[in-house]
Design a protein around this ligand. Structure first.
Ligand code: S3P
Length: 448
């Protein structure tokens, strides 16, 4: 088993880059696989989640070749996927499973989608129900909650004469995975797909569809795909994936908290549906400079520079939480050092992530000596007191593991974070990057 030993360090200083954005990476792979002809993708994350999407596409006949820093993808077109020989293994990746479910539901072959233990306990009814409503033959298995569907998901083929129908769906949750699953399945459907969300979730799928000429339009939290008159095809394309703000967030918060630090992260994606963490840092009066660097493939980019300074408590809720859904754990580390009371609300979705992140963060903060109250939809954190080193349980969740490391940098004594192989799902090389900035972090292999 791999674990990290972390000790409080001197200032973190220097520049780092982060892996390509995981969400955009999944979509770049899918849209390249479904394109007609060759696409060239740069700066894909290399994390296990994106690899799972690539392997699934490979199993359905898409060919990939790595040439230096470019991944070439030979797209098969919307009618070119073929039946895989075995189940498709989505690993730990909810995005892989939910987006692929949309794609596979529209095919004339059946597929079983499987995942690891964490993914097999995440809710799938949110995609099973709307996909069935448009004619897909999909079912999950029973599990913890009686009315829920869990992976493995079995998807049976559409038979001769069957096609997915149009769909108007009001999603009860703001979820880019649900929205993208339905928009993707809409590529093959007869009729209009419209998805309404309670709040706008990340819109990478919509941006990519529009860039490729898919007849999609959006207005606020509504996305409409109307294939009437569309030839249902796009050409191969070139794409450079922006750095992942969700990964950069660990460095930004670490720099804000560790005395004397100044850290620069180059070329990070700053799509406004993702920048809640930058707003949270600003609200906490942390010093973060944002230097815009234009756009690549409809996605805005910036250079981010964070400097150490005092941080203040705040209230996080509403649409801001949706725009920083994956950064709430690291925002808790900020709260732990902010003298006073931070309230996080409207965050119940965190219970359905790679771990129950509200419960995991409450446990983690307590291990560092922080006073925290766990609520149904959030946390109340009383911050500002000295942190003591902890023995941290990451619960197999990459973002909890990396948050524990950042807390360890500002806690007295040596923190041990157990079972950190999960970090590779989004950020292989995390510890080495942090070390290059001056952090005292060691990786070691121990008997399980
Ligand atoms: C993602 C959407 C979000 C996010 C996840 C990636 C995506 O999940 O938490 O890490 O790439 O579409 P939900 O759609 O479940 O909110």
């Amino acid at each position: 088993m791999k674990r990290f030993r972390v000790r409080p360090s001197g200032p973190l200083r220097g520049a780092v880059s982060v892996p390509g954005d995981k969400s955009i990476g999944h979509r770049a792979l899918l849209f390249a696989g479904l394109a007609e002809g060759r696409s060239r993708l740069r700066n894909l994350s290399g994390g296990l989640d994106n690899r799972a999407t690539r392997a699934a596409l490979e199993a359905m006949g898409v060919r990939f070749a790595e040439r230096e820093d470019v991944l070439e993808v030979e797209g098969v077109g919307l009618d070119g996927l073929r039946m895989p020989r075995a189940s498709l293994d989505c690993g730990n990746s909810g995005t892989t499973m939910r987006l692929l479910a949309g794609v596979v539901s529209a095919q004339r072959f059946g597929v079983r989608l499987v995942g690891d233990e964490s993914l097999s306990s995440r809710p799938m009814r949110r995609i099973v129900e709307p996909l069935r409503a448009r004619g897909a033959h999909i079912a999950g298995v029973r599990g913890k909650k009686a009315d829920e569907h869990y992976a493995p998901l079995s998807i049976a083929p559409l038979v001769e004469g069957e096609r997915l129908t149009g769909l108007r769906y009001e999603s009860p949750v703001a979820s880019a995975q649900v929205k993208s699953c339905l928009l993707l399945s809409g590529l093959w459907a007869d009729g209009v797909t419209s998805v309404y969300e309670p709040m706008l979730s990340r819109d990478h799928t919509e941006r990519m569809m529009m860039a490729l000429g898919v007849p999609l339009s959006t207005a606020g939290t509504i996305s409409v795909l109307d294939p009437d008159g569309w030839e249902r095809r796009w050409d191969g394309f070139e794409q450079t994936v922006p750095g992942d703000l969700s990964s950069a967030a660990f460095f930004l918060v670490a720099a804000a908290l560790v005395r004397g630090s100044e850290v620069e992260v180059s070329s990070v994606g700053t799509n406004p549906t993702r920048t809640g963490i930058l707003d949270a840092l600003r609200q906490a009066r942390a010093r973060v400079e944002i230097v815009p660097r234009g756009e690549v493939n409809q996605e805005p980019l910036a250079r981010l520079i964070a400097t150490h300074g005092p941080v203040a408590p705040q209230r996080l809720g509403g649409e801001m939480v949706t725009r920083m859904i994956d950064e709430v754990p690291i925002a808790c580390a900020l709260a732990a050092r902010a003298p006073g009371r931070t309230d996080i609300r409207d965050a119940e979705e965190l219970r359905a992530k790679e771990s129950d992140r509200l419960s995991a963060m409450a446990e983690l903060l307590r291990a560092f000596g922080v006073d925290v109250v766990e609520l149904k939809d959030g946390l109340t954190i009383h911050g500002g007191l000295a942190l003591r080193a902890a023995r941290a349980n990451a619960r197999g969740d990459h973002r909890i593991a990396m948050t524990a490391v950042v807390l360890g940098l500002v806690a007295e004594g040596e923190t041990i974070v157990d079972d950190v192989a999960c970090v590779d799902t989004s950020f292989p090389g995390f510890a080495a990057s942090l070390r290059s900035l001056g952090a005292d972090i060691v990786e070691e292999e121990v008997e399980a």
